[in-house]
Ligand binder design. Sequence first.
Ligand code: NAP
Length: 299
Amino acid sequence: MPRILITGASGQLGFELQRALCLFGELRCPGRQRLNLANPTAVLAWLDAERPDIIVNAAAYTAVDQAESEPALAHAINADTPAALAQWAAANDALLLHYSTDYVFDGSGETPWREDDAARPLSVYGHSKWLGEEAVRASGCRHFILRTSWLAGVHGGNFLKTMLQLAASREQLQVVDDQFGSPTPASLLADVSAQLLARSLVDNQQPYGSYHVASQGCTSWHRYASFVIGLAREAGWQLALPPDGLLAIPAADYPQQAQRPAYSVLDCSKLQRTFGLQLPGWQQAVQHLFATLDDAGKW
Ligand SMILES: NC(=O)c1ccc[n+]([C@@H]2O[C@H](COP(=O)([O-])OP(=O)(O)OC[C@H]3O[C@@H](n4cnc5c(N)ncnc54)[C@H](OP(=O)(O)O)[C@@H]3O)[C@@H](O)[C@H]2O)c1
């Protein structure tokens, strides 16, 4: 049985990875008390002791605005530790699954971003994730880097849950309508990860490298909020927000510490072509996520 380290198992993606990968081997999911990813030296010591065959790095410093005032910590977790994981993986013939973000791009234009488009991150978070990617690629280890966008899961906090919570208590909401992306369920990213891992276990000569994984199509934060609040209304949820209470505003009217890309839709054709995988449209993906939330009542 391969030993599989999942970092960040308490996060949105890590939670889903535990479900998706549990049949592939013996999972090790140390929390931050046992494995603090802000300390790459401690991470290397842990790896030497536990010797995983597969490293799935779902942990990250994901507080995008806070990263602007904590750049050293964001870089330690998002760049230095992935570099250490990748160097260890290269030296010990382990496979590394690593995750990254649409925020490595500057969001200019209106063409979906391809894997090899030039990165130009606008934020400390985006920059730290880009450095992490580059370190993984430079290490020479067998790796998949999966870049995703607008991630949301049943477990953990995210935009979708925030909108539902606010709609339950507020009579008016203002949501940005000039930033565009593709809401992607954490379960989808975990299932794609499981597919890639399964293939690598059968044959370790795989087309490793960097891939975009996201729901298909594109929406704005406002249209995304409108869609999910509509689902809640159809499902009979008690909402304080009236049908005309959701207002569209420009990002300029919602200043945040970190700058976000205006257009961060990812072109996922490389993944679909290489592995023959179909990705759902964002509405189907959000409907599925909403149904899971609704059934589980988890928010
Ligand atoms: N969320 C998004 O919209 C989004 C979009 C694009 C890409 N991504 C990428 O997708 C991946 C998964 O994101 P996510 O949304 O699942 O993240 P998340 O829910 O914020 O979870 C982050 C995980 O990292 C762990 N972590 C953070 N600092 C740590 C430390 N010092 N030591 C040990 N563990 C630490 C957290 O542990 P604690 O529970 O102890 O804090 C948590 O388990 C990341 O690579 C992220 O950059 C996310």
